[in-house]
Design a protein around this ligand. Structure first.
Ligand SMILES: Cc1cc2nc3c(=O)[nH]c(=O)nc-3n(C[C@H](O)[C@H](O)[C@H](O)COP(=O)(O)OP(=O)(O)OC[C@H]3O[C@@H](n4cnc5c(N)ncnc54)[C@H](O)[C@@H]3O)c2cc1C
Ligand code: FES
Length: 342
């Protein structure tokens, strides 16, 4: 059995035990400590931290864009790739005080496919039934094992709890995507899949009275829908706008439900934007979703922002939101990185 070492995180003073076979990020999640992360594959740098004490650390394969050699030499590490071979003290460069100790220990579970339907030409709505129980916060995600491989892919829940035993996902189909192609061409009702989770810190922070702005694109619909549905269930009527970017009208989904949420939550507005409306019959907003947000000219001082979708859209929103008045620490995001991008 692999040896265990003690890892202490500063400045929060939390300690965990990590065995040599497990990455520090994974060991923390297993012990209910939610550290900042994104891809979990050494590509995005969201988990980058600094070794204050101890240096016997081995890294699994990672991108030198995320951790250039000179930074590694200075003592930086990627927690999603790092294995501890001695006791360590690590400075977290990025953490969320509200979330760090609220993590639910991760579990593995089998699920059975209940439905697997298209909601647009390239987005699938997957519903699965759990064997047993799995607690998660709206906005979190699970890792799906891809049968016959060692690979996993992350997908965010679109529903708010597994009380009724069901989990819902919105999954983008890439023609040559390892999981999504399998989902689109092979997965049938009744099939069984293996999941692990929950992971993630894209959860609704308590901030009564503060406005909310959601910016999403593509499958980024999933966790934002989960957050909006949870607001409706809990009667949270904060002033909120959801800017959703799509190419064409045929890429829009869950429209009826989002309009119903507007009726249920009087402070909520849904603003879809098409970047390539072509000859679609469309009287709504046009352009990239971030341009639509900029044009809206709202003063977002004091608001909380939630951004989710393809990495270029997330990057553009992260640049724009502080310019519109959102405190950088109040911008929460999940970048839907794929295996080919950082
Ligand atoms: C926190 C988190 C939450 C997420 N939630 C969701 C969600 O709710 N819904 C959702 O749809 N997605 C979500 N994603 C993204 C998801 O995990 C997958 O990465 C994505 O769906 C692609 O998986 P795939 O196996 O279908 O395709 P992949 O096999 O990963 O391929 C995707 C694309 O990248 C290309 N590609 C693969 N490898 C390379 C390479 N080495 N170089 C260049 N190109 C390459 C492929 O050709 C294909 O076009 C999330 C990601 C994260 C990090
Ligand atoms: S989570 Fe570690 S590099 Fe992306």
């Amino acid at each position: 059995m692999a040896e265990k070492h003690r890892v202490r995180f500063e400045p929060v003073g939390i300690e965990i035990d990590v065995d040599e076979d497990t990455t520090i990020l994974r060991a923390a999640a297993e012990q209910g400590v939610m550290l900042m992360h994104g891809c979990k594959e050494g590509q995005c740098a969201a988990c980058k931290s600094f070794l204050l004490d101890g240096d016997d650390v081995e890294h699994d394969r990672y991108s030198t864009f995320a951790l250039p050699d000179y930074e590694k030499e200075e003592g930086f590490t990627l927690l999603c790739r790092a294995h501890a071979y001695e006791d360590l003290t690590i400075e977290l460069l990025n953490y969320d005080e509200e979330m760090i100790q609220s993590g639910l220990p991760i579990q593995e579970a089998d699920v059975e496919v209940v439905s697997n339907e298209n909601v647009t030409h390239d987005l699938r709505h997957l519903v699965v039934r759990l064997d047993g129980d799995l607690k998660f916060f709206p906005g979190q995600y699970l890792d799906f094992a891809i049968p016959g491989t060692e690979e996993t892919r992350s997908f965010s829940m679109a529903n708010t709890s597994a009380r009724d035993g069901l989990l819902e996902f919105v999954i983008k189909v890439y023609p040559d995507g390892l999981f999504s192609r399998f989902l689109a061409t092979e997965v049938a009702v009744g099939d069984r899949l293996r999941v692990t989770g929950p992971f993630g810190v894209f959860t609704l922070r308590d901030n009564p009275g503060a406005g909310l702005v959601f910016v999403g694109g593509g499958a980024g619909m999933a966790p934002i829908l989960s957050l909006l549905r949870s607001m409706a269930e809990r009667g949270i009527d904060r002033k909120a706008v959801f800017y959703y970017g799509a190419r064409r009208r045929r890429d829009l989904c869950f429209e009826t439900e989002l309009r119903a949420l507007e009726a249920k939550l009087p402070g909520f507005r849904y603003v879809p934007a098409l970047s390539e409306p072509g000859d679609d019959d469309w009287a709504g907003e046009t352009g990239f979703v971030t341009d639509v947000l900029r044009r809206a000219g709202a003063d977002l001082t004091g608001a909380d922002a939630y951004v989710c979708g393809p990495p270029p859209m997330v990057e553009a929103a992260l640049e724009l939101l502080p310019a519109l008045g959102v405190d950088g620490k109040r911008v929460f995001y999940d970048k839907f990185t794929t295996t080919g991008e950082g």
